[in-house]
Write a protein that binds this ligand. Sequence first.
Ligand code: PLP
Length: 383
Amino acid sequence: MSNIYFDNAATTQIDQSVIDIMSSVMNNNYGNPNSTHSFGRSSRTLIEKARKTIAKEFNVLPSEIFFTSCGTESDNLILVSAVKDLGVKRIVTSEIEHKAVLNVVKFLQLTESIKVEFVKVNQNGLIDYDDLNKVLNKTSLKTIVSLMHVNNEIGSVLDLVKTGGICKKHNALFHSDTVQSIGKYRFNLSELNIDFIVGSAHKFHGPKGIGFVYVNKKLKLNPQIIGGNQERGLRAGTESVHNICGMEWAFIQSYQSFDENKKYILDLKTYFIQKISGSIPLSKFNGSCDNNNDSTFSILNICLPVSKDKSVLLEFNLDLKGIACSRGSACQSGSSTGSHVLNSILSESDLKKPSLRFSFSKYNNKNEIDIVVEVLSDFVNSN
Ligand code: PLP
């Protein structure tokens, strides 16, 4: 049986060097970073160094970076605080956001009577910027725009410069869920008009249970987790020093090998596209995955020409052969369940077919792609 992991948008393999750093910190830096003795001070030093590392890469102040437990917590913190602390009365978002945004928006709509508007998305999963302009023009209600940078299912990419410019023109706050793009894109936040971005270490070969949020210094948020004064009062709870150091190291590694990784992973994706197109000519790439300008280099979402009856066996078949990918598929039974992203962009007939998301990392290789394409092609061509 193979052991092939193509589900890197769900989570990534943690780097061995990250584990080494974390284990050293756990062994040697166990002091509570809020204690004033030398044990505490050494932990504090590590945390502040990590904050500086992240801030430097984004060209912002260390005081604009706050550690959280994950991407979901970061998205929650921003959206809830924007409403409760910054007087936001309207959220403009899209139907293809991650649930970490969509469900918070729904919650705020219900509990705080916030007006919610969805900006149009085309069949490739790209935001309609004219519509964003139109929606923002409608009222002068205090607004936050929440649009993800890289879509986790189909890999479509938002133009942050353009979106930031539109938000600025309409005096709206701008939050971008950048969970899928940290470590894979460079951000000069001093030049971009973005108020909030978020990161989650397990998406870039770091540990699970640690993330961060960037909050523009002009904005003052209040904590959702209340208690001590950690993270300058924005998030109570003793900091997870080993996780923060692990995230810092994974972050450093990603940006140090940025060009090399990007080139390597894009080459894998291109190879996958060529192989699939050659072996299964009737397959389609969802969300313009085959166009590098609109789509990220690490995600490929494929709609396979397989009948509804047969498609139930597809995932089982791949799993049996030790291949991990993600079922980005929509309703199998004609119900409205399945991927909300694919439901928003695919035609009725394509929604009946199975779609699979393959997401790549530096740990994958072309041999794995050969194996997967052969398995898929055998499956599609079997009776
Ligand atoms: N936002 C996006 C775009 C994601 O892909 C994910 C995770 O899949 C999240 C938010 C949630 O991140 P976490 O798993 O760190 O809570």
